[in-house]
Design a protein around this ligand. Structure first.
Ligand code: NAD
Ligand code: LMR
Length: 336
């Protein structure tokens, strides 16, 4: 993979870099939290004309932070300049959901942006560029990007559900008063929306007595099927209500986790959740961008196969797949 070629800088694109996730994310990238503590980076930041001054301010602050890994910063409103030669693209640009809005409300604004950005990435990014879509509706923006950037391998286009995955780990850790790093193998199935299915069936917790099933330790299926699922599904909306803005530091942190694990690999015995192009696994329609449990090696993800799916899970997984099919139809109707 391109990370093996010594320590030449990797060029990373962040779109929407003048926004609140961007402001949290670019210093994380420049400190090595995304590509590793000894990987130099060049950051390309894109935003729209109306945010150009603010974007320049972020560039000045990055320079003022004197970060040793940061070998260059480009702040631009020109999509072609922003996409040129990028090997990692984190697509945050778009219009966020405000209090009281459903993700469907932000659809038409955002899918047309993703169609345009698909063309620019397809023509100007490095051919092996890996793409992470953060902006909502994340799965459907990634689907549009994949369909309008046919020169980028579809395996290289993903969307962020790691935030939901991390939220699920957080809820279990709080419930059991366990260290969050001792909890693993939760799954977020489906859409990055309230139809997602956070599944703790296969989750484990590292205890003094060895690795235990989270389900057995919690011993409360009612909580796992009810409150746990609802809390993770609704967390984004609850944060918006509390902050009057959508989550930013946790989203930026999850974006770093997603890219780092994808490029540098998942630890042995554990998986993470990523929105990826379905190959039909678990009966999810091929071609949809759906969140699955994945392991990563040598810069490639693969869906964890063969997990037992009970009736409760099946129903929840299908509900989210259905929503994604509807979003796809709606997205195309917005583009026409
Ligand atoms: P924000 O409004 O603070 O920032 C978005 C930025 O994108 C703005 O600076 C805006 O000018 C810019 N932008 C708009 N159109 C653009 C275009 N065509 N090209 C380049 N930049 C453009 O929003 P935010 O809070 O940073 O959130 C960004 C996105 O991430 C939203 O869509 C939000 O809903 C989404 N989000 C996703 C997750 C997730 O887990 N997948 C979590 C939180 C937020
Ligand atoms: C989140 O999950 O925090 C974001 O996607 C914001 C939202 O719209 O819910």
């Amino acid at each position: 993979s391109f990370l093996d070629v010594g320590k030449d800088p990797v060029t990373v694109l962040v779109t929407g870099a003048a926004g609140q996730i961007g402001y949290a994310l670019v210093p994380m990238i420049a400190r090595g939290e995304m590509l590793g503590p000894d990987q130099p980076v060049i950051i390309h930041m894109l935003d729209i004309e109306a945010a150009a001054d603010s974007l320049n301010g972020v560039k000045m602050e990055l320079i003022d932070a004197a970060l040793p890994l940061l070998k260059g910063v480009v702040a631009t409103t020109d999509v072609v300049e922003a996409c040129s030669g990028v090997e990692v693209a984190v697509m945050v640009g778009g219009f966020p959901r405000k209090e009281g809005m459903e993700r469907k409300d932000v659809m038409s604004k955002n899918v047309s942006i993703y169609k345009a950005h698909a063309a620019a990435l397809g023509q100007h990014a490095a051919p092996h560029c890996k793409v992470l879509v953060v902006a909502n509706p994340a799965n459907t923006n990634a689907l549009i990007l994949k369909e309008f950037a046919p020169s980028i391998p579809e395996k290289n286009i993903t969307c962020l559900t790691r935030l939901d995955h991390n939220r699920a780990l957080g809820q279990i850790s709080e419930k059991l008063d366990a260290d969050v790093s001792d909890v693993k193998n939760v799954i977020v199935w489906g859409n990055h929306s309230s139809s997602q299915y956070p599944d703790a069936t296969h989750a484990t917790v590292n205890t003094v007595a060895g690795e235990k099933s989270a389900r057995e330790l919690i011993a409360d299926d009612k909580w796992l099927k009810g409150e746990f699922v609802a809390r993770v599904q609704e967390r984004g909306a609850v944060i918006i209500k509390a902050r009057k803005m959508s989550s930013a530091l946790s989203a930026a942190s999850a974006a770093c986790d997603h890219m780092r694990d994808w490029l540098l690999g998942t630890p042995k015995g554990s998986w993470v959740s990523m929105g990826v192009c379905s190959d039909g696994s678990y009966g999810i329609p091929a071609g949809l961008v759906y969140s699955f449990p994945v392991t990563c090696h040598n810069g490639q993800w693969s869906i964890v196969k063969g997990l037992k799916i009970d009736e409760f899970s099946r129903e929840k997984m299908d509900i989210s797949a259905k929503e994604l099919m509807e979003e796809k139809t709606l997205a195309y109707s917005c583009l026409n």
